[in-house]
Design a protein around this ligand. Structure first.
Ligand SMILES: Nc1ncnc2c1ncn2[C@@H]1O[C@H](COP(=O)(O)OP(=O)(O)OP(=O)(O)O)[C@@H](O)[C@H]1O
Length: 462
């Protein structure tokens, strides 16, 4: 007999069973709890609706022929009262009418009478599995939303308004879009926003970083493969194009795509047909492709590193996302938005969340890593700060060193040690605060770098 999965047993699925047959009522009342579920048995439709009004159930098994309200009337009412509940029909003679009603109310399944206990158990096991996968999907969606943040482009700078206007205009078109901008400036967010403003919004948005996969894997990642098509292909695999069917495929870092794959991508964009690795058949798919790059694709075309015909195919529309330093007036707004992402309970305006000196330091930074770098800085500060506002001391070390540098400079002639600090800070800024990288560039050990930073702070404190 099928057993419910442990996760669902923990939550103990609640079943509403409605049938006027007393034998079946008795059987269900005594046996279903033994399967690990809580069950409420109702002898007719009216009692079932009354139970639904009072209590929430995970699954309802309902007979179609009952006195008072019949099964379909109960289902109709249940769809209004408990839309989350899964419904199963029980019937002695499944008719076309039943089937149509089943589709209309999105009934999960039906049982044909006389039904055996094993049938009920098997069916409840399937309901469990479905509810469990739905919860897992919802949990994953929640995690993704938390990690990515909401798809809202924050920014009041005219260049961001222009980007937002372009997104709205281009979203409805089916054409491919090329998003250009520096690393971390929000290209993926723009791609998601394009998808959400398009007619495909309810379909999947699938993203891949073309630079993150070795050349030999990228084809199977994009187009899928058949079982046994290469060593290690133990099972067939659906490619990202198929996963995105009906929706949008975001090809990030398109400039990293090897030339051999560029030719294959061009073919897919022209025909809409994909072929899994090792397959002879092609499959037609309906995917809108959005690409992004931080590289100079025109120069790459010129240098023969990127196919010109592919370039023409992907840049029907271009959206340029401005670098953060070009819109530094947006930093307070963005910093507050990101702080609220890391601390969802946070409320308030930028000048309540950040000290004026903190905002000044943030505004002066050049942000080579753009909004992603700002997000890292804000996450760092949010962890260090117990009570808002965020002060300069909560910012990563290289910010407080910048402040220190300014103070040292304005206090008189520059000493050799100040100059050394200046070189260190510049290196840290260039490497986005990455100390090992900065130390390597300066030709000193990491330990020496730490010693010098600590000495600078101590001499200021002293
Ligand atoms: N205008 C914006 N409003 C709110 N959040 C933003 C904005 N721009 C970027 N972000 C956030 O900054 C982070 C980096 O953005 P995203 O991944 O879209 O950048 P990217 O340009 O695609 O980066 P890469 O070049 O590395 O692929 C994300 O957490 C994103 O939510």
């Amino acid at each position: 007999m099928a057993r419910p999965k442990p996760l669902e047993q923990e939550a103990k699925m609640r079943i509403l069973f409605a049938d006027d047959e007393t034998n079946l009522q008795e059987l269900v009342r005594s046996e279903v709890p033994r399967m690990g579920y809580a069950v409420t048995v109702c002898p007719d439709g009216l009692t079932a609706v009354a139970a639904l009004e009072k209590e929430a159930f995970d699954c309802m098994i309902v007979d179609l022929q009952m006195p008072g309200l019949n099964g379909l009337q109960v289902i109709e009412r249940a769809a209004q009262l408990r839309p989350e509940m899964d419904t199963v029909i029980m019937t002695g003679n499944p008719s076309q009418e039943t089937a149509i009603a089943a589709v209309q109310f999105q009934v999960f399944d039906y049982l044909t009478k006389p039904c055996r206990l094993a049938d009920i158990a098997g069916l409840l096991g399937r309901v469990c599995e479905r509810r469990q996968s739905r919860r897992q999907v919802a949990a994953l969606e929640h995690r993704v939303r938390r990690a990515e943040g909401e798809t809202r482009l924050i920014g009041e700078h005219p260049s961001m308004h222009e980007t937002a206007r372009l997104i709205e205009r281009v979203a409805a078109a089916e054409s491919t879009v090329l998003i250009r901008g520096e690393t971390g400036c929000g290209k993926e967010l723009v791609a998601r926003s394009l998808h959400e403003h398009s007619n495909r919004a309810s379909q999947p948005f699938v993203a891949i970083n073309c630079g993150a996969l070795p050349e030999n894997l990228i084809e199977s990642e994009l187009f899928g493969h058949c079982r046994g098509s290469f060593t290690g292909a133990d099972a067939a695999r659906t490619g990202l194009f198929e996963m995105a069917d009906g929706g949008t495929l975001f090809l990030d870092e398109i400039g990293e795509l090897p030339l051999s794959m560029q030719a294959k991508l061009l073919r897919v964009l022209e025909t809409g047909d994909i072929r899994r690795v090792g397959d002879n058949e092609t499959k037609h798919i309906d995917v809108r492709v959005v690409c992004a790059t931080h590289r100079d694709l025109d120069q790459m075309v010129h240098d023969g590193e990127f196919r010109e015909d592919l370039m023409f195919r992907i840049n029907t529309f271009e959206v340029r996302v401005p670098a953060l330093r070009e819109r530094s007036s947006d930093i307070p707004l963005l910093a507050s938005h990101l702080l609220k992402r890391f601390r969802p309970e946070t409320e308030g305006q930028p000048d309540e969340l950040f000290a004026p000196e903190t905002l000044r330091l943030l505004a002066e930074h050049v942000w080579p890593g753009n909004v992603r770098e700002l997000a890292n800085v804000i996450e760092h500060s949010a962890i260090l700060c117990d009570k808002l506002p965020i002060l300069p001391e909560h910012l990563p070390r290289h910010f407080s060193n910048r402040q220190l540098r300014k103070e040292l400079r304005s206090s008189g002639p520059i000493s050799l040690r100040d100059l050394e600090m200046h070189a260190i800070e510049e290196a840290l800024e260039r490497h986005d605060g990455n100390k090992p990288a900065a130390a390597a560039e300066l030709g000193i050990s990491l330990k020496t770098l730490y010693n010098k930073l600590n000495a600078a702070v101590d001499s200021k404190a002293g």
